[in-house]
Design a protein around this ligand. Structure first.
Ligand code: SF4
Length: 425
Protein backbone atom coordinates (compact mmCIF):
# COMPACT_ATOMS: atom_id res chain seq x y z
CA UNK A 1 0.00 0.00 0.00
CA UNK A 2 1.54 3.36 -0.94
CA UNK A 3 1.76 6.42 1.31
CA UNK A 4 -1.08 8.27 -0.42
CA UNK A 5 -3.44 5.32 0.04
CA UNK A 6 -2.45 5.02 3.71
CA UNK A 7 -3.16 8.70 4.31
CA UNK A 8 -6.42 8.47 2.40
CA UNK A 9 -7.51 5.55 4.58
CA UNK A 10 -6.53 7.40 7.77
CA UNK A 11 -8.65 10.35 6.64
CA UNK A 12 -11.60 8.03 5.91
CA UNK A 13 -11.19 6.47 9.36
CA UNK A 14 -11.13 9.93 10.88
CA UNK A 15 -14.28 10.90 8.99
CA UNK A 16 -15.99 7.70 10.16
CA UNK A 17 -15.07 8.43 13.78
CA UNK A 18 -16.22 12.05 13.45
CA UNK A 19 -19.53 10.92 11.91
CA UNK A 20 -20.09 8.45 14.76
CA UNK A 21 -19.27 11.13 17.35
CA UNK A 22 -21.72 13.58 15.70
CA UNK A 23 -24.37 10.87 15.60
CA UNK A 24 -23.88 10.02 19.29
CA UNK A 25 -24.02 13.68 20.21
CA UNK A 26 -27.24 14.19 18.19
CA UNK A 27 -28.75 11.15 19.94
CA UNK A 28 -27.85 12.63 23.33
CA UNK A 29 -29.39 15.97 22.32
CA UNK A 30 -32.65 14.23 21.35
CA UNK A 31 -32.75 12.33 24.67
CA UNK A 32 -32.09 15.52 26.60
CA UNK A 33 -34.75 17.50 24.70
CA UNK A 34 -37.24 14.65 25.23
CA UNK A 35 -36.62 14.66 28.99
CA UNK A 36 -36.93 18.46 29.12
CA UNK A 37 -40.16 18.32 27.13
CA UNK A 38 -41.55 15.76 29.59
CA UNK A 39 -40.72 18.10 32.49
CA UNK A 40 -42.16 21.12 30.65
CA UNK A 41 -45.41 19.22 29.93
CA UNK A 42 -45.74 18.27 33.61
CA UNK A 43 -45.28 21.93 34.52
CA UNK A 44 -47.89 22.93 31.93
CA UNK A 45 -50.40 20.48 33.36
CA UNK A 46 -49.68 21.74 36.89
CA UNK A 47 -50.24 25.35 35.80
CA UNK A 48 -53.52 24.47 34.08
CA UNK A 49 -54.81 22.81 37.23
CA UNK A 50 -53.67 25.83 39.23
CA UNK A 51 -55.60 28.13 36.90
CA UNK A 52 -58.78 26.18 37.54
CA UNK A 53 -58.28 26.14 41.33
CA UNK A 54 -56.98 29.63 41.83
CA UNK A 55 -59.38 32.10 40.33
CA UNK A 56 -58.25 34.90 42.74
CA UNK A 57 -54.65 35.00 41.43
CA UNK A 58 -55.65 34.47 37.85
CA UNK A 59 -53.31 37.02 36.17
CA UNK A 60 -50.10 35.58 37.64
CA UNK A 61 -51.19 32.06 36.99
CA UNK A 62 -52.13 32.87 33.38
CA UNK A 63 -48.66 34.35 32.82
CA UNK A 64 -47.04 31.25 34.31
CA UNK A 65 -49.25 29.13 32.08
CA UNK A 66 -48.11 31.03 28.98
CA UNK A 67 -44.45 30.59 30.04
CA UNK A 68 -45.02 26.87 30.49
CA UNK A 69 -46.64 26.67 27.02
CA UNK A 70 -43.64 28.51 25.51
CA UNK A 71 -41.27 26.13 27.26
CA UNK A 72 -43.10 23.11 25.82
CA UNK A 73 -43.00 24.64 22.36
CA UNK A 74 -39.27 25.35 22.59
CA UNK A 75 -38.58 21.81 23.75
CA UNK A 76 -40.63 20.48 20.84
CA UNK A 77 -38.59 22.57 18.40
CA UNK A 78 -35.27 21.42 19.93
CA UNK A 79 -36.41 17.83 19.88
CA UNK A 80 -37.47 17.98 16.22
CA UNK A 81 -34.22 19.71 15.22
CA UNK A 82 -32.27 17.10 17.19
CA UNK A 83 -34.19 14.25 15.56
CA UNK A 84 -33.52 15.70 12.08
CA UNK A 85 -29.81 16.02 12.93
CA UNK A 86 -29.78 12.48 14.29
CA UNK A 87 -31.17 11.23 10.99
CA UNK A 88 -28.65 13.29 8.98
CA UNK A 89 -25.71 12.10 11.09
CA UNK A 90 -26.98 8.52 10.79
CA UNK A 91 -26.77 8.91 7.03
CA UNK A 92 -23.30 10.47 7.52
CA UNK A 93 -22.02 7.44 9.43
CA UNK A 94 -23.32 5.09 6.77
CA UNK A 95 -21.75 7.15 3.99
CA UNK A 96 -18.40 7.29 5.80
CA UNK A 97 -18.50 3.53 6.39
CA UNK A 98 -19.41 2.89 2.79
CA UNK A 99 -16.44 4.94 1.54
CA UNK A 100 -14.07 3.13 3.86
CA UNK A 101 -15.73 -0.20 3.09
CA UNK A 102 -15.12 0.30 -0.63
CA UNK A 103 -11.40 0.35 0.12
CA UNK A 104 -11.07 -2.32 2.78
CA UNK A 105 -14.42 -3.92 3.52
CA UNK A 106 -13.25 -6.91 5.49
CA UNK A 107 -10.91 -5.11 7.91
CA UNK A 108 -12.98 -2.02 8.58
CA UNK A 109 -16.19 -3.81 9.46
CA UNK A 110 -19.19 -4.37 7.22
CA UNK A 111 -21.46 -1.58 6.09
CA UNK A 112 -24.51 -1.55 8.34
CA UNK A 113 -22.90 -3.42 11.24
CA UNK A 114 -23.35 -2.19 14.82
CA UNK A 115 -21.35 0.86 15.90
CA UNK A 116 -19.04 -0.89 18.41
CA UNK A 117 -18.09 -3.45 15.73
CA UNK A 118 -17.54 -0.77 13.12
CA UNK A 119 -15.42 1.24 15.53
CA UNK A 120 -13.36 -1.80 16.47
CA UNK A 121 -12.83 -2.51 12.77
CA UNK A 122 -11.71 1.06 12.13
CA UNK A 123 -9.42 1.00 15.17
CA UNK A 124 -7.78 -2.22 13.90
CA UNK A 125 -7.28 -0.77 10.46
CA UNK A 126 -5.88 2.50 11.86
CA UNK A 127 -3.50 0.55 14.14
CA UNK A 128 -2.22 -1.44 11.12
CA UNK A 129 -1.61 1.66 9.01
CA UNK A 130 -0.06 3.66 11.84
CA UNK A 131 2.12 0.66 12.74
CA UNK A 132 3.39 0.58 9.15
CA UNK A 133 4.25 4.29 9.37
CA UNK A 134 6.12 3.72 12.64
CA UNK A 135 8.25 1.08 11.00
CA UNK A 136 9.49 3.68 8.48
CA UNK A 137 9.99 7.02 10.28
CA UNK A 138 11.79 8.56 7.30
CA UNK A 139 8.72 8.13 5.11
CA UNK A 140 6.57 9.43 7.96
CA UNK A 141 8.49 12.72 8.26
CA UNK A 142 8.76 12.99 4.49
CA UNK A 143 4.99 12.61 4.12
CA UNK A 144 4.10 15.32 6.65
CA UNK A 145 3.68 18.89 5.40
CA UNK A 146 4.72 20.26 8.80
CA UNK A 147 6.44 18.63 11.78
CA UNK A 148 5.76 20.35 15.08
CA UNK A 149 7.90 19.42 18.06
CA UNK A 150 6.15 20.45 21.28
CA UNK A 151 9.03 21.21 23.61
CA UNK A 152 8.95 21.96 27.32
CA UNK A 153 12.79 22.19 27.20
CA UNK A 154 12.83 19.14 29.50
CA UNK A 155 14.97 16.01 29.12
CA UNK A 156 12.38 14.03 27.14
CA UNK A 157 11.69 16.99 24.85
CA UNK A 158 15.34 17.52 23.99
CA UNK A 159 15.88 13.83 23.14
CA UNK A 160 12.68 13.78 21.08
CA UNK A 161 13.83 16.89 19.21
CA UNK A 162 17.21 15.32 18.52
CA UNK A 163 15.60 12.15 17.15
CA UNK A 164 13.11 14.02 14.96
CA UNK A 165 15.91 16.19 13.60
CA UNK A 166 18.00 13.12 12.69
CA UNK A 167 15.07 11.61 10.78
CA UNK A 168 14.15 14.90 9.10
CA UNK A 169 17.78 15.47 8.09
CA UNK A 170 18.02 11.97 6.66
CA UNK A 171 14.79 12.53 4.74
CA UNK A 172 16.04 15.94 3.55
CA UNK A 173 13.15 17.89 5.06
CA UNK A 174 14.58 19.66 8.13
CA UNK A 175 12.87 22.87 6.96
CA UNK A 176 9.49 21.36 7.91
CA UNK A 177 10.39 21.12 11.60
CA UNK A 178 9.10 23.82 13.95
CA UNK A 179 9.75 23.80 17.70
CA UNK A 180 6.72 24.98 19.70
CA UNK A 181 7.07 25.97 23.34
CA UNK A 182 4.02 26.62 25.55
CA UNK A 183 4.78 29.37 28.04
CA UNK A 184 2.76 28.74 31.22
CA UNK A 185 3.72 31.95 32.98
CA UNK A 186 7.17 32.85 34.22
CA UNK A 187 6.13 32.94 37.86
CA UNK A 188 5.25 29.23 37.63
CA UNK A 189 8.25 27.99 35.60
CA UNK A 190 11.89 27.55 36.54
CA UNK A 191 14.00 30.45 35.30
CA UNK A 192 15.59 29.95 31.91
CA UNK A 193 13.14 27.32 30.61
CA UNK A 194 11.97 29.30 27.61
CA UNK A 195 15.51 30.42 26.75
CA UNK A 196 16.72 26.82 26.93
CA UNK A 197 13.92 25.61 24.62
CA UNK A 198 14.99 28.28 22.13
CA UNK A 199 18.66 27.36 22.46
CA UNK A 200 17.82 23.69 21.86
CA UNK A 201 15.93 24.63 18.68
CA UNK A 202 18.69 26.96 17.48
CA UNK A 203 21.26 24.18 17.74
CA UNK A 204 19.67 22.77 14.58
CA UNK A 205 18.74 26.13 13.03
CA UNK A 206 15.01 25.48 13.51
CA UNK A 207 12.14 27.91 13.68
CA UNK A 208 11.09 28.47 17.31
CA UNK A 209 7.56 29.54 18.26
CA UNK A 210 6.19 30.40 21.70
CA UNK A 211 2.47 29.98 22.36
CA UNK A 212 0.92 31.50 25.44
CA UNK A 213 -2.60 31.54 26.84
CA UNK A 214 -4.09 34.89 27.96
CA UNK A 215 -3.94 33.64 31.50
CA UNK A 216 -0.95 31.87 33.11
CA UNK A 217 -0.98 28.91 35.51
CA UNK A 218 -1.45 30.99 38.66
CA UNK A 219 -4.12 33.18 37.06
CA UNK A 220 -6.02 30.06 36.01
CA UNK A 221 -5.91 28.64 39.56
CA UNK A 222 -6.99 31.98 41.05
CA UNK A 223 -9.92 32.25 38.63
CA UNK A 224 -11.16 28.70 39.29
CA UNK A 225 -10.41 28.77 43.01
CA UNK A 226 -9.04 25.23 42.60
CA UNK A 227 -5.70 23.59 41.85
CA UNK A 228 -5.73 21.16 38.93
CA UNK A 229 -5.16 17.47 39.65
CA UNK A 230 -4.47 14.25 37.76
CA UNK A 231 -8.17 13.87 36.84
CA UNK A 232 -8.64 17.53 35.88
CA UNK A 233 -5.42 18.56 34.23
CA UNK A 234 -6.79 21.87 33.05
CA UNK A 235 -3.28 23.28 33.20
CA UNK A 236 -2.21 20.99 30.36
CA UNK A 237 -5.37 21.38 28.30
CA UNK A 238 -5.82 25.13 28.73
CA UNK A 239 -2.22 26.29 28.78
CA UNK A 240 -0.67 23.81 26.37
CA UNK A 241 -3.05 21.74 24.20
CA UNK A 242 -5.52 24.51 23.33
CA UNK A 243 -2.72 26.95 22.52
CA UNK A 244 -0.95 24.37 20.35
CA UNK A 245 -4.24 23.81 18.48
CA UNK A 246 -4.35 27.52 17.58
CA UNK A 247 -0.92 27.11 16.05
CA UNK A 248 -2.22 24.25 13.88
CA UNK A 249 -4.56 26.75 12.25
CA UNK A 250 -1.73 29.22 11.73
CA UNK A 251 0.62 26.68 10.18
CA UNK A 252 -2.08 25.38 7.81
CA UNK A 253 -2.75 28.97 6.71
CA UNK A 254 0.97 29.49 6.15
CA UNK A 255 1.22 26.29 4.09
CA UNK A 256 -1.61 27.51 1.85
CA UNK A 257 -2.22 24.06 0.35
CA UNK A 258 -5.12 23.17 -1.88
CA UNK A 259 -5.19 19.66 -0.37
CA UNK A 260 -5.58 18.56 3.25
CA UNK A 261 -2.37 19.26 5.21
CA UNK A 262 -0.74 16.43 7.14
CA UNK A 263 0.68 17.68 10.44
CA UNK A 264 2.94 15.53 12.53
CA UNK A 265 2.63 16.73 16.10
CA UNK A 266 5.45 15.34 18.25
CA UNK A 267 5.17 15.06 22.03
CA UNK A 268 7.91 13.88 24.38
CA UNK A 269 5.88 11.61 26.62
CA UNK A 270 7.05 8.16 27.69
CA UNK A 271 5.08 5.01 28.56
CA UNK A 272 7.16 4.47 31.72
CA UNK A 273 6.06 7.79 33.21
CA UNK A 274 2.64 6.66 34.43
CA UNK A 275 -0.07 4.00 33.89
CA UNK A 276 -2.22 6.50 31.98
CA UNK A 277 0.64 7.32 29.60
CA UNK A 278 1.31 3.62 29.08
CA UNK A 279 -2.19 3.34 27.58
CA UNK A 280 -1.43 5.88 24.85
CA UNK A 281 -0.30 4.94 21.35
CA UNK A 282 3.05 5.80 19.88
CA UNK A 283 1.34 7.23 16.80
CA UNK A 284 -2.34 8.15 16.63
CA UNK A 285 -4.85 10.31 14.77
CA UNK A 286 -5.65 13.42 16.80
CA UNK A 287 -9.42 13.43 16.20
CA UNK A 288 -9.96 16.59 18.21
CA UNK A 289 -7.41 18.66 16.25
CA UNK A 290 -8.05 17.20 12.78
CA UNK A 291 -10.58 18.53 10.32
CA UNK A 292 -11.11 18.83 6.58
CA UNK A 293 -8.11 21.18 6.26
CA UNK A 294 -5.66 19.13 8.33
CA UNK A 295 -4.99 15.58 9.38
CA UNK A 296 -3.07 15.79 12.66
CA UNK A 297 -1.07 12.74 13.70
CA UNK A 298 0.27 12.70 17.25
CA UNK A 299 3.68 11.06 17.47
CA UNK A 300 5.56 10.12 20.62
CA UNK A 301 9.11 9.49 19.33
CA UNK A 302 10.56 8.62 22.78
CA UNK A 303 7.56 6.60 23.94
CA UNK A 304 9.48 3.40 24.68
CA UNK A 305 12.60 4.90 26.24
CA UNK A 306 13.41 4.50 29.92
CA UNK A 307 14.74 7.38 32.03
CA UNK A 308 18.25 5.92 31.86
CA UNK A 309 18.06 5.66 28.06
CA UNK A 310 17.00 9.30 27.90
CA UNK A 311 20.07 10.32 29.91
CA UNK A 312 22.26 8.10 27.76
CA UNK A 313 21.09 9.91 24.60
CA UNK A 314 21.61 13.29 26.26
CA UNK A 315 25.15 12.25 27.13
CA UNK A 316 25.97 10.66 23.77
CA UNK A 317 24.74 13.65 21.76
CA UNK A 318 25.87 16.28 24.33
CA UNK A 319 22.38 17.78 24.46
CA UNK A 320 21.83 20.84 26.66
CA UNK A 321 19.67 20.16 29.72
CA UNK A 322 18.41 22.43 32.49
CA UNK A 323 20.51 22.56 35.71
CA UNK A 324 17.38 21.84 37.77
CA UNK A 325 17.87 18.16 36.88
CA UNK A 326 21.22 18.21 38.67
CA UNK A 327 19.37 18.73 41.96
CA UNK A 328 17.65 15.39 41.16
CA UNK A 329 14.27 16.96 40.51
CA UNK A 330 13.02 14.55 37.83
CA UNK A 331 10.79 16.87 35.74
CA UNK A 332 11.17 20.42 34.48
CA UNK A 333 8.22 22.60 33.49
CA UNK A 334 6.32 23.99 36.53
CA UNK A 335 8.32 24.65 39.71
CA UNK A 336 5.50 23.06 41.70
CA UNK A 337 3.75 20.46 39.57
CA UNK A 338 0.40 19.21 40.83
CA UNK A 339 1.46 15.70 39.78
CA UNK A 340 4.76 15.71 41.69
CA UNK A 341 5.26 13.70 44.88
CA UNK A 342 5.85 15.18 48.35
CA UNK A 343 9.66 14.75 48.35
CA UNK A 344 10.10 16.31 44.93
CA UNK A 345 8.04 19.33 46.01
CA UNK A 346 10.11 19.66 49.20
CA UNK A 347 13.24 19.67 47.05
CA UNK A 348 11.72 22.29 44.74
CA UNK A 349 11.02 24.58 47.73
CA UNK A 350 14.61 24.21 48.93
CA UNK A 351 15.95 24.94 45.43
CA UNK A 352 13.80 28.10 45.29
CA UNK A 353 15.40 29.22 48.55
CA UNK A 354 18.92 28.68 47.16
CA UNK A 355 18.00 30.59 43.99
CA UNK A 356 16.21 33.35 45.92
CA UNK A 357 12.90 32.76 44.10
CA UNK A 358 9.69 34.06 45.72
CA UNK A 359 7.63 31.17 44.29
CA UNK A 360 6.99 29.20 47.53
CA UNK A 361 5.50 32.29 49.19
CA UNK A 362 3.47 33.17 46.07
CA UNK A 363 1.96 29.67 46.05
CA UNK A 364 1.37 29.67 49.82
CA UNK A 365 -0.50 32.98 49.55
CA UNK A 366 -2.60 31.63 46.71
CA UNK A 367 -3.37 28.40 48.57
CA UNK A 368 -4.56 30.32 51.60
CA UNK A 369 -6.55 32.83 49.48
CA UNK A 370 -8.53 30.20 47.58
CA UNK A 371 -8.85 27.84 50.57
CA UNK A 372 -8.08 24.75 48.47
CA UNK A 373 -5.19 22.39 49.28
CA UNK A 374 -2.50 22.05 46.62
CA UNK A 375 -3.05 18.27 46.60
CA UNK A 376 -5.66 16.03 48.19
CA UNK A 377 -3.13 14.35 50.44
CA UNK A 378 -1.20 17.43 51.59
CA UNK A 379 -1.08 21.19 51.40
CA UNK A 380 1.78 23.28 50.11
CA UNK A 381 2.07 24.74 53.61
CA UNK A 382 2.99 21.24 54.85
CA UNK A 383 5.55 20.92 52.05
CA UNK A 384 7.18 24.22 53.01
CA UNK A 385 7.20 23.19 56.68
CA UNK A 386 9.00 19.96 55.84
CA UNK A 387 11.45 21.83 53.59
CA UNK A 388 12.31 24.15 56.50
CA UNK A 389 12.84 21.16 58.81
CA UNK A 390 15.21 19.47 56.34
CA UNK A 391 17.00 22.72 55.65
CA UNK A 392 17.71 23.04 59.35
CA UNK A 393 18.93 19.45 59.64
CA UNK A 394 20.99 19.31 56.40
CA UNK A 395 21.75 22.91 55.44
CA UNK A 396 20.99 24.36 52.00
CA UNK A 397 20.67 22.12 48.96
CA UNK A 398 23.95 21.57 47.11
CA UNK A 399 24.66 20.00 43.71
CA UNK A 400 27.27 19.91 40.98
CA UNK A 401 26.82 20.34 37.25
CA UNK A 402 26.49 16.86 35.78
CA UNK A 403 24.89 15.30 38.90
CA UNK A 404 21.86 14.11 36.90
CA UNK A 405 24.12 12.13 34.55
CA UNK A 406 26.26 10.98 37.49
CA UNK A 407 23.10 9.68 39.16
CA UNK A 408 21.89 7.66 36.16
CA UNK A 409 25.09 6.73 34.32
CA UNK A 410 28.01 7.22 36.70
CA UNK A 411 31.02 9.53 37.08
CA UNK A 412 32.74 8.72 33.79
CA UNK A 413 29.66 9.56 31.74
CA UNK A 414 29.24 12.89 33.58
CA UNK A 415 32.90 13.79 33.00
CA UNK A 416 32.66 12.89 29.31
CA UNK A 417 29.50 14.96 28.93
CA UNK A 418 30.98 18.02 30.63
CA UNK A 419 34.18 17.76 28.57
CA UNK A 420 32.13 17.51 25.41
CA UNK A 421 30.12 20.61 26.35
CA UNK A 422 33.24 22.56 27.24
CA UNK A 423 34.80 21.69 23.86
CA UNK A 424 31.63 22.70 22.03
CA UNK A 425 31.49 26.08 23.84
S1 SF4 B 1 3.98 20.74 34.91
FE1 SF4 B 1 2.34 19.91 36.20
S2 SF4 B 1 1.28 21.68 37.05
FE2 SF4 B 1 2.52 22.41 35.33
S3 SF4 B 1 1.17 22.41 33.57
FE3 SF4 B 1 2.20 20.43 33.57
S4 SF4 B 1 0.87 19.05 34.73
FE4 SF4 B 1 0.18 21.15 35.16
Amino acid sequence: MDITTRLHLLELIRLGEAADAAHRSAGNAVRKATAERRRALAELRRRRRQLDDDAAERTDTERALRDAEDAVEQCERRRSAGAAKWQRTFTGTRRADARLGEQVACRAGRHGSAEPRRRAGRARLAADILGEFLAMPLELVETAHAILVQSSAGKDSVVMLHRVVQWAKAAGCLDKVVVVHADIGEEAEWPGVRELAQQQAERYGLRFVVVKADIGFLGMVERRGLWPDAQNRLCTSTLKRDEAAKFFTQIVDELGLSEQAVILNCLGIRAAESPSRRKKHELAIDHRASNGRRLVLTWHPVFHLSETEIWQEITDAALAYHPVYDTLIPRLSCIFCVLAGFDVLVRAVRLCWVLGLPTPQTYLDLESRIGHRFKDKFSLAEVVEEAARREQAEGPLIWRRGDAIRHYLGDDAATAYLTHLALAA
